[in-house]
Design a protein around this ligand. Structure first.
Ligand SMILES: Nc1ncnc2c1ncn2[C@@H]1O[C@H](COP(=O)(O)OP(=O)(O)OP(=O)(O)O)[C@@H](O)[C@H]1O
Ligand SMILES: [Mg+2]
Length: 538
């Protein structure tokens, strides 16, 4: 037997030998890596790019034999950064709901309800997920997108975010088929549940939009309008609601008939009849986002197309006051009649547009560009979209712009009817019947008043205003409107009569002059004849 001290010495010696072997091995490995890196750097620097690329390809392939993991990336943008990737958004939603509890660095955003927060994993954070016995690792990264030389700007270069999943190659089938399908469907479900609808608008600041990679900026869409609260004939309302609901459920039907899944609505009528309110009601009914497109801020047709591509599905794209947006009709006349503030606003919009054009900064969007926007090939991408135009002057629009197929449904919003008043009375006064309703019914039948004016009169002006006071206000307004209309009609009649009278006087005057002229000519003729006769040789 060896003494313990000797044994300890041998063990220590062996350990020393072992550690020196390990140190040697590490040193060897280090020098091999360094040599490899050196050779690699030389290859990269001096080899033609084709050679270095194929070297890289084969090295990766070689590594693939030894590296047993597979990676799949989900990029934030699709197709040359033209569109947001729905898969990326679904993965983000899935991870924030299922895996973010394991993450140590989280990103917080307000959810559907402003008071609640949605947490998702922050950049470069890594989380693990289990699926049917397989383990996967998700990591969130970002990559700077280098801009072309021509677009170098003051703003920092845009970033592209990426989610990458890594898993062992033995789980390939399970992950690529079942797990990713599960992630995407769960993610989409979560997104619909947590969806905070947005109201987008396009900005004319091109530098800014370039920085954000999209021409749209948004706020949370919070308009409370619904079809129930809209004042219009119940039958017409029912028809519109049914049309919208049918559209939203007709994905397969549109695919079957070979038509892009989109529908156009033209809302027309005088100012204050509820066109904008109806758009909000549509968005609330279908749970869609709203893209409010300001055509005058769009530089040209290419930019218009880019904006279209950047819209998501389940959205309404609106162009308000299409007749004022651009000189698309080519037959614009000066508006001399101003009947309300709404019209004044539009008039100033037109003037601003004209001025912008004169300054050379006006929009170069053409009618054909807009027609392509509505139903060109690009308009089909994304699907499930409504396009809504509003106008006060439907007769001014080019027929090509509003033909069926582009604007499939034409909806006229007009002055308030008694049915419409009843809806407003229920909303504003909580009344379904009242003795004063009869007077309102008679007056509403005799004069024109917009739902906006009715609504304004039913608004309480003080905390003490009760239903009777507000109904009296409305009756007063209706009587005033009736008087004004009668006065206007009288004036118009008088003007007509004056014109007629003027015409008659002018005609008589002309006739007299003609007769006089004729008379003179005849006299001249007689005189000439007499002269001729007298000059005849005897
Ligand atoms: N049909 C309606 N039902 C309920 N409220 C209405 C209706 N029409 C108008 N209103 C009320 O009047 C206000 C103005 O209506 P809205 O902005 O929708 O009119 P518009 O037709 O878009 O006018 P414009 O042509 O000037 O844009 C709304 O805030 C709403 O309260
Ligand atoms: Mg409006």
């Amino acid at each position: 037997m060896l003494p313990a001290a000797m044994l300890g010495g041998i063990v220590a010696k062996k350990q020393r030998q072992g550690s020196s072997a390990l140190t040697g091995m590490l040193a060897n490995m280090g020098s091999t890596i360094a040599t490899f890196m050196f050779v690699w750097a030389i290859i990269r620097q001096y080899c033609p790019p084709v050679l270095s690329r194929s070297f890289e390809k084969y090295t990766r392939r070689l590594m693939g034999y030894f590296y047993p993991y597979i990676r799949i990336s989900f990029h934030e943008f699709r197709g040359d950064r033209l569109r947001h990737s729905e898969a990326y958004a679904a993965v983000e939603a899935y991870l924030s709901a299922n895996c973010s509890k394991d993450a140590k660095r989280l990103k917080a955003e307000t959810g559907k309800d402003i008071s609640s927060l949605t947490l998702s994993m922050d950049e470069y954070e890594r989380v693990t997920d289990e699926f049917k016995g397989a383990t996967v690792w998700w990591v969130s990264t970002s990559k700077i997108v280098s801009q072309s030389r021509s677009s170098i700007s003051y703003y920092p270069e845009p970033e592209k975010r990426i989610y990458t999943i890594t898993f062992h190659k033995k789980h390939r089938e399970l992950i690529t088929k079942s797990y990713l399908e599960h992630v995407l469907s769960k993610g989409k479900e979560i997104r619909v549940r947590n969806r905070q609808r947005k109201l987008y608008t396009n900005t004319s600041d091109h530098k800014l939009s370039g920085h954000r990679q999209t021409g749209w900026s948004h706020i949370v869409f919070e308009h409370p309008a619904t079809f129930e609260s809209m004042a219009m004939e119940p039958e017409k309302k029912r028809e519109i609601v049914e049309d919208l609901l049918t559209f939203s459920k007709s994905k397969d039907f549109y695919a079957k008939i070979g038509k892009a899944w989109k529908r156009g609505y033209l809302l027309y009528g005088p100012p204050g009849t509820g066109k904008s309110t109806m758009i909000a009601a549509m968005a609330n009914l279908l749970n869609y986002d709203v893209y409010d497109l300001e055509l005058t801020a769009v530089k040209d047709n290419t930019e218009l197309r880019k904006l279209l591509i950047d819209t998501t599905s389940k959205s309404i794209i609106i162009i308000e006051d299409i007749d004022c947006s651009l000189d698309l009709t080519g037959q614009r006349k000066d508006k001399t009649e101003k009947s309300s503030d709404g019209e004044n606003e539009k008039l100033s919009k037109e003037i601003a547009k004209k001025e912008a054009k004169e300054e050379g900064s006006g929009s170069k969007v053409t009618l054909s560009g807009l027609l392509n926007f509505i139903d060109g090939l690009w308009s089909a991408s994304g699907g499930e979209r409504l396009i809504v135009f509003t106008t006060n002057y439907v007769e001014k629009l080019d027929p090509a712009l509003i033909r069926r197929g582009r604007m499939d449904m034409h909806i006229e919003l007009s002055y308030c009817s008694f049915e419409g008043f009843k809806v407003l009375a229920k909303n504003y006064l909580d009344l379904e019947m009242h003795t004063m309703f009869d007077v309102v019914q008679r007056l509403i039948g005799e004069t024109k008043i917009t739902p906006a004016d009715v609504a304004e009169n039913l608004m309480p002006k003080s905390l003490l205003d009760d239903a009777e006071t507000r109904l009296s206000n409305l009756i007063g307004a209706l009587e005033e409107a009736k008087e004004k209309a009668a006065k206007k009609e009288k004036e118009a009649k008088k003007k007509d009569e004056d014109v007629k009278e003027n015409d008659t006087t002018e005609a008589t005057k002309k006739k007299d002059e003609d007769v006089k002229e004729k008379g003179t000519t005849m006299e001249d003729a007689v005189q000439t004849k007499v002269d001729e006769e007298t000059e005849k040789p005897l």
